[in-house]
Write a protein that binds this ligand. Structure first.
Ligand code: ADE
Length: 254
């Protein structure tokens, strides 16, 4: 995947994503990151890219022209249309299904705003999708772009060491992850659950599913509601009775 990021603070995105798993994905050529500084397209002799808002008000607005020229530069390099995602609190809230949707694209362009915003005319001209990473306001879109790129990159085959790990984890099946333990078997008087040491894979799998279901029931009942139809379909009668409460075991009549 190639991620192009239009930003006034390229180092913020580069330093974050050149670290850890995304950094390794870049070293291995599975992920390309091209941060393009909107300021490089300023036509102002002082390299300014923002101006006062028409109609008054606090703060500065990023002008349409440098953003548009930055986009045209990237578009020419890519050679075909692709999604242009503006990071903004007004966007649809980012979720795992949206990450999957984005992961089918070979190229993605991200537009990070700063200050009071970007001139609406260039947004109308180039943006195909608005994404928010949550109901709060950041100082700019850079951290949000990093979140989205990080999440999408781990869906690229080969980015995670083991291809199974992306699908076994939280949100992939609307269940939270089961707890994990490593050596030593006892730490500060706390023991690893006996069953994990038993070597019986069937019982371990069953215990983990039970833990996932009870954690999800406890912390994210909304997620469990979404998971229930799939669980009712896929579990044996014995496990349905063992792992689900009676009221979770029957389809709701609405
Ligand atoms: N820019 C500022 N706040 C944001 C948010 N919550 N999500 C995405 N981009 C943003």
């Amino acid at each position: 995947m190639r991620a192009y990021v239009m930003t006034l603070f390229p180092e913020m995105v580069e330093s974050t994503l050149h670290t850890s798993i995304t950094g390794r994905a870049m070293d291995e050529g599975l992920l390309e990151l091209h941060c393009v500084n909107i300021r490089d397209f300023s036509q102002d002799k002082h390299n300014r890219v923002d101006d006062y808002p028409f109609g008054g008000g606090a703060g500065m607005v990023i002008e349409a022209q440098p953003v548009y020229d930055c986009y045209r530069h990237i578009r020419e390099e890519i050679g075909h249309d692709c999604p242009v995602i503006a990071l903004s609190p007004k966007g649809r809230t980012f979720t795992q299904p949206i990450a999957k949707e984005l992961a089918v694209n070979e190229d993605l362009i991200f537009l990070c705003g700063h200050y009071e915003g970007i001139d609406q005319r260039v947004l109308d001209a180039i943006v195909t999708d608005y994404i928010s990473i949550g109901d709060y306001v950041l100082t700019g879109g850079e951290l949000a772009a990093c979140v989205v790129i990080d999440c999408v990159s781990r869906l690229i085959p080969g980015v995670l060491g083991n291809d199974d790990s992306a699908s076994a984890e939280s949100f992939e099946n609307d269940l939270l992850e089961y707890p994990q333990y490593t050596r030593p078997e006892e730490w500060n008087g706390r023991k690893v659950p006996e069953i994990l040491l038993s070597g019986n894979h069937r019982l371990v799998d069953e215990w983990r599913l039970e833990q996932s279901i009870s954690r999800t029931r406890e912390s994210r009942p909304d997620m469990l509601e979404r998971a229930l139809p799939g669980l009712r379909r896929s579990l044996s009668n014995r496990l349905r009775r063992k792992l689900l409460k009676p009221e979770e075991n029957c389809d709701k009549i609405s």
